[in-house]
Design a protein around this ligand. Structure first.
Ligand code: NAG
Ligand code: NAG
Ligand code: NAG
Ligand code: NAG
Ligand code: NAG
Ligand code: NAG
Ligand code: NAG
Ligand code: NAG
Length: 451
């Protein structure tokens, strides 16, 4: 029982037939806290009305006994409103959705005692202070919770102590807050978990290898602003259901574990903006379903591994700002779905693959600031999709292909600081940084007149 309930309510509670009246009482308290004096909202919540009239209040839904089972006030502007402790009187409540309502204040500890609460969505508000913690040993703590979305608030303190008791918890999004401390080992016991969002907090410590026990996990987001010690645990390769893994920008060091290549369902791998070092493991070839791979802004060395040839679903490949050397392998031109290829600021040498653009709907090619030689491949815009071509600061030579002049989709082209044979075209004309439409016209005029 939540503490500090008025005696009146306790007596009301005793009678089952009065439960709907208890809900009306709680809705009254809720309205008073949600609606600050200056905001006219929830006007139809007429608390003088007798049950089951409250079941028609905006955003309220009831079961057949006129008990409140759902509250959904998504998007309602309740500037400065807050959630009162009496919300816990709604003991039949299954769904509480107060997302994007401009709410403030701290979350009432009594929330944790709601016996039927399955969906809690408080995302996109300004709630501050800690997430509710257990009131005492043996007290209920979100006993049947399945979905928690607290994304984009100002919550702080340690992460909530979910664990083995939360057998139904499938979705846990606590991203975009100020949570600090470590990722709790107990999260590895959330056997039903499919979604874990801890991104954009102030977490520290190591990424627990025990998270590898989350065999149902499909999406894991733990980067951005968090600052971890150490690297990517090789055990994460055991997360066989994983579809999205985002550990960007969170101070990871050490190598990319070859074990990640076991993630056969992975569609997105984001490890950019860390301090990962060593070579890209050739076992990455096991990521047969990978569509997006971003390993940019790390300290990776070695060559682009041959295993990437097997990633035929790849649409986006970002390897820029590393220390890769060697050639851009010919197979890159044969990845049938490749749209975005960004390899700038490495130490790549040799020629661009001759067939680049011929076999895939290439949209963007950026290989600036390398040591590439040879000519611009003639079929970059063969699919009529090329929007950006950035080749500057290499040692490329030869003519600028006429096919680029006919490329209607092209919005950005930067070719400066190379050795092209374009005596009639000043190099800076191609170093276009200003209004894009303009640049396109200018580029085309110049290229056309040159043909
Ligand atoms: C709670 O929300 C879920 C997901 O949106 C929905 O399937 C379910 O019907 C809702 N239940 C109630 C009682 O509103
Ligand atoms: C809440 O209401 C919004 C729109 O009013 C709707 O899009 C959303 O699906 C609802 N959510 C739940 C959990 O019922
Ligand atoms: C929570 O509500 C927001 C609406 O602001 C919605 O975008 C989001 O998908 C909801 N979360 C869940 C888990 O349904
Ligand atoms: C939080 O409050 C600030 C200041 O009042 C406001 O600008 C911002 O939009 C609010 N954020 C959300 C998610 O409601
Ligand atoms: C929430 O945090 C943001 C960013 O730090 C800040 O601008 C805003 O005032 C905070 N809101 C509240 C209610 O504390
Ligand atoms: C970043 O990682 C390094 C190496 O693991 C560690 O020494 C350092 O303390 C980390 N930085 C922070 C702010 O945690
Ligand atoms: C790529 O796939 C081929 C054919 O499926 C296979 O023989 C080869 O071992 C794979 N390469 C790597 C590096 O895994
Ligand atoms: C390229 O290689 C040279 C010589 O080995 C090295 O000094 C330089 O730091 C490298 N640049 C990058 C971006 O890795």
């Amino acid at each position: 029982m939540p503490p500090l309930l008025p005696l009146l309510v306790l007596s009301v509670l005793a009678s089952a037939s009065a439960s709907a009246e208890q809900d009306v009482y709680a809705l009254g308290k809720l309205k008073a806290a949600l609606v600050s004096d200056t905001t006219p909202a929830l006007a139809d919540w007429d608390l003088a009305a007798a049950p089951p009239a409250h079941c028609s209040f905006r955003g309220v839904s009831c079961d057949s006994a006129a008990r409140v089972v759902g509250i959904n006030l998504t998007g309602m502007p309740l500037h400065g409103g807050s959630l009162p402790p009496e919300v816990a009187l709604l003991d039949a409540l299954e769904n509480l959705t107060v997302a994007a309502c401009s709410l403030e204040g701290s979350l009432p500890a009594s929330l944790a005692a709601l016996p039927a609460l399955r969906h809690l969505n408080i995302s996109n508000n300004n709630f501050t202070g800690p997430f509710p913690v257990p009131i005492g040993a043996g007290e209920p703590y979100f006993p049947v919770l399945e979905f928690v979305d607290a994304y984009n608030n100002n919550l702080s303190g340690p992460l909530p102590p979910f664990g083995a008791a939360h057998t139904r918890l499938r979705y846990l999004h606590l991203g975009g807050n100020y949570f600090s401390g470590v990722i709790r080992e107990s999260y590895a016991d959330l056997a039903a978990l499919e979604y874990l969002g801890l991104n954009g907090n102030s977490l520290s410590g190591c990424v627990p290898a025990s998270l590898a026990r989350l065999k149902r996990l499909r999406e894991m987001y733990i980067g951005y602003f968090n600052m971890f010690n150490g690297g990517v645990p090789p055990e994460l390769g055991e997360l066989h259901s994983l579809v999205r893994l985002d550990m960007s920008s969170c101070n990871l060091t050490g190598p990319i574990p070859p074990e990640l290549g076991q993630l056969a369902h992975l569609d997105t791998l984001f490890l950019q903006m860390n301090r990962l070092s060593g070579e890209i493991p050739t076992q990455i070839a096991g990521l047969k379903n990978l569509k997006s791979m971003d390993l940019s802004m790390n300290e990776l060395t070695g060559e682009i591994p041959a295993g990437l040839a097997n990633l035929t679903s790849l649409t986006l490949l970002h390897l820029f700002r590393n220390h890769l050397h060697g050639n851009i392998p010919e197979f890159v031109a044969n990845l049938p779905n490749l749209e975005v290829l960004q390899l700038w600021e490495n130490n790549l040498t040799g020629q661009l693959p001759a067939g680049l653009g011929k076999n895939s709907p290439l949209k963007m090619l950026d290989v600036a600031i390398n040591h590439l030689t040879g000519q611009i491949p003639p079929e970059l815009c063969a699919h009529g999709t090329l929007e950006a071509l950035v080749l500057m600061e290499n040692c490329l030579s030869g003519p600028i292909p006429g096919s680029l002049a006919a490329c209607k989709t092209l919005k950005q082209i930067r070719l400066g600081k190379n050795m092209f044979s374009t005596s009639s075209v000043p190099a800076q004309l191609f170093d276009l940084e200003e209004a894009k439409a303009n640049m396109l016209e200018l580029t085309k005029v110049v290229l056309t007149s040159q043909l």
